[in-house]
Ligand binder design. Structure first.
Ligand code: NCD
Ligand code: ZN
Length: 344
């Protein structure tokens, strides 16, 4: 049995409407708190919208749920320093998300010129409001497997240098280059790691045929990248912490001629991380990664409550729901060696 402090998810998509009702309970069952991504359609751009979205999330959960949604704003060309001030004062907004325009699902309202953002970024430095970054170049000529490295060189590293007080989370990193950068970066820079990037390399996209449920952005990379990511997660370095990027889409929109990017891992997230850590005999490092370092980065208290994962060999059921609107869970038909013990 492994016992760790209650973990949090520092990057998750809960969606809205009927999908929110389907998925929020799964994240709340596993995690104490979660950073909620703002890429709804239309995006969550203002503090008022974030407060209203938070209310909808809480309304979708059982009354006695102790889950805390930590809200984020979607950075656009219209975001103002005054909005950053309002977000800080609200006590419900914990980060501002930067999507390069068009980089991923619902990123059309994102940013394409960082130089215009300087006043907003300065306000974020002043208020210690973290900037959460989807780090991929949107140059259509840039090879899809190189987009993270190009973004790192052209946008992220110069911005971290230029804004010397800015707190930055390089979200869902997928390459050895990103690991190497974050490892030597100042403490005000963190990175989240997803379960799929710790467990799979890009071969999984084409194993026996095209695998839409292994497609997310940034896309899976090479084995040497996966090894570097797993090395970072299990190193005990507090720059690196848990963020599932669980991103549900209906099965019909993923299994399509132009399938959506996003992997839905929430129902088995901690089991997946335990599987990855166990593969390199590093389960003793899981608590720091899953329960301590993210809270420390965001300046929030670590949970006192404990959770347990018990050894158990089981197969994630692979019979898809007959309802095409239900998202298919990641890792179906594959084995896991742990099971999260539900709270009593
Ligand atoms: C996310 C989504 O579906 O909202 N998709 C994904 O592949 N990760 C958006 C994102 O985080 O890029
Ligand atoms: Zn995401």
């Amino acid at each position: 049995m492994i016992e760790i402090a209650q973990p949090d998810d520092w990057h998750v998509h809960l969606r809205d409407g009927p999908m929110l009702g389907r998925v929020a309970g799964e994240t709340a069952r596993q995690f104490g708190r979660a950073i909620i991504m703002p890429n709804l359609d239309p995006p969550v751009q203002t503090t008022d919208q974030a407060v209203a979205y938070r209310d909808r999330i809480l309304a979708s959960l059982p009354k006695d749920s102790s889950f805390q949604p930590l809200m984020t704003l979607y950075l656009t060309d219209e975001t103002t320093p005054a909005e950053i001030q309002r977000a800080t004062d609200s006590g419900v907004v914990f980060g501002v998300k930067l999507y390069p325009k068009g980089a991923t699902t619902n990123a059309e309202s994102g940013v394409d010129r960082l130089d215009q953002m300087a006043p907003v970024l300065e306000a974020m430095e002043q208020h210690r409001m973290p900037l959460l970054i989807h780090g991929e170049s949107t140059d259509p000529d840039c090879d899809v497997f190189d987009r993270e490295e190009v973004f790192l060189e052209e946008w992220l590293a110069p911005m971290v240098e230029r804004h010397a007080g800015l707190r930055v989370v390089f979200e869902h990193i997928t390459t050895k280059s990103a690991v190497d950068y974050v490892r030597q970066a100042p403490d005000r820079v963190g990175a989240t790691l997803t379960p799929q990037h710790l467990l799979l390399n890009r071969n999984a996209l084409f194993a026996g045929g095209l695998r839409p449920h292994h497609y997310c952005l940034p896309v899976l990379k090479r084995e040497r990248d996966r090894e570097a990511l797993l090395g970072a997660a299990t190193s005990g370095d507090p720059h690196f912490f848990l963020g599932t990027d669980s991103a549900p889409h209906s099965r019909s929109t993923k299994e399509s001629a132009c399938g959506c990017a996003g992997i839905y891992s929430a129902p088995i997230a901690l089991e997946l991380y335990a599987q990855a850590f166990a593969s390199v005999n590093a389960l003793d490092r899981l608590e720091g990664f899953a329960s301590h370092f993210g809270a420390d980065f965001y300046g929030l208290p670590r949970h006192q409550k404990k959770r347990q994962l018990r050894p158990s060999n089981w197969t994630v059921p692979d019979s898809p729901s007959p309802d095409p609107d239900t998202p298919q869970v990641f890792w179906t038909g594959q084995d896991l060696d742990f099971r999260l013990v539900d709270e009593i």
